[in-house]
Design a protein around this ligand. Structure first.
Ligand code: TYM
Length: 340
């Protein structure tokens, strides 16, 4: 498919860090939605390896995880021919634009980012400069393609607001509408998948407990075991949203169930009303296995063919460059860099 510059073009950019353990939150909050969006938008999906190294990554693991992530996307139904799939470091526009945006974004804006505070923890002084500047690179990812829409899970909302602020400031500073202001697409019941061990904490790759998350590579037994051990409360499932108030684990499991069904919490509640968790856990396990098992078995098949994966990423990067390079040129000209 040709990627043509059009005024009314709807272009999606989104990314995932190849830091291992693609999990149910990544799938339900992001990748599953992308599968539907690929028919409506021009889509660019990126393995953000440069974001990954803001915290230490073993080089061999990073290579493996980048391939595994690409495979996870393809096995979930993202068509690498129709869409652009590539790893970030292959396209220099990301780093080039990130530097310019480092000079646009304000220190105070970055200082308010909750993810930096969470990731840096108490040892802020010892975290990498890259971790602090991380959201500027994310803004560069999106703006290098003049993306109009960015489908992500709820946890990325603040980063997207920052991207919008950076784009507006750039346009205002240089008195030129270089960047469209991208819209976040935070969709469906899966936008906020929480830990299976604690309904108030998001499901995350970095949680020390394997029982907190379902990985996309988990087999049926592992999925069943993790859901069996998932934290619940003693009450049966209610019939209304209002009765879910103060029951974070119930909200989470029902949200996962609804998202796996491509439905909403409101719509699935009548079917679940009055059930005990023991029974509901069987339903959700069957559903999760039926959705995830075909993906994990396709992933293990595709992982055997590294030359196919590398080829997808190489070709994707070539197509990405065709879009991003003219944007960098426009940005450099706008800023006043002498070239040619
Ligand atoms: P990352 O790698 O942490 O997550 C990838 C995608 O998965 C979503 N997600 C979740 N959704 C629901 N519930 C959860 N528990 C959950 N955990 C993760 C994330 O919201 C995300 O959509 N900074 C980004 C990567 C990035 C990016 C970009 C995204 C870099 N550049 C440009 C969009 C556009 C990140 O760390 O995502």
């Amino acid at each position: 498919m040709a990627f043509i510059e059009k005024k009314d073009l709807k272009r999606i950019f989104s990314g995932v860090q190849p830091t291992g353990n693609l999990h149910l939150g990544n799938y339900l909050g992001a990748i599953r939605n992308w599968v539907n969006l690929q028919n409506e938008f021009e889509c660019i999906f990126c393995m953000v390896d440069m974001h990954a190294i803001t915290v230490w990554q073993d080089p061999e693991e990073l290579r493996k995880n980048t391939r595994e992530l690409a495979v996870g996307m393809i096995a979930s139904g993202i068509d690498p021919e129709k869409n652009i799939l590539f790893n970030q470091s292959r396209v220099s526009a990301h780093a080039e634009l990130a530097w310019v945006l480092n000079c646009v974004a304000r220190l105070g804006w970055l200082g308010r980012m909750t993810q930096f505070k969470e990731k840096a923890g108490k040892d802020k002084e010892n975290s990498s400069v890259g971790l602090f500047a991380y959201p500027n690179l994310m803004a560069a990812d999106i703006l290098a393609y003049k993306a109009t829409h960015v489908p992500v899970g709820h946890d990325q909302k603040q980063h997207l607001e920052l991207t919008r602020d950076i784009a507006k400031k750039f346009n205002t500073d240089f008195k030129k509408e270089v960047f469209p202001i991208p819209e976040p697409l935070i969709l469906g019941a899966g936008a906020r998948v929480m830990s299976l061990r604690d309904g108030s904490k998001k499901m995350s790759k970095s949680d020390l407990s394997e029982y907190s998350r379902i990985n996309m590579t988990d087999d049926a037994d592992a999925i069943a075991k993790k859901l069996r051990k998932a934290k619940t409360d003693p009450l049966p499932l209610p019939s209304t949203m209002a009765e879910l108030e103060g029951r974070p684990e119930a909200v989470n499991l029902i949200g996962i169930y609804a998202a796996l069904k491509d439905s909403t919490v409101e719509k699935v509640l009548p079917e679940l009303e009055g059930k005990q968790f023991s029974e509901f856990k069987k339903d959700i396990t069957d559903l999760a296995v039926s959705v995830l098992e075909p993906i994990s078995s396709e992933m293990s098949k595709l992982m055997k063919d590294t030359s196919y994966i590398d080829d997808v990423l190489r070709k994707g990067a070539e197509r990405a460059r065709v879009i991003a390079e003219p944007v960098i040129k426009e940005v450099y000209d706008t800023v006043g860099f002498l070239r040619d």
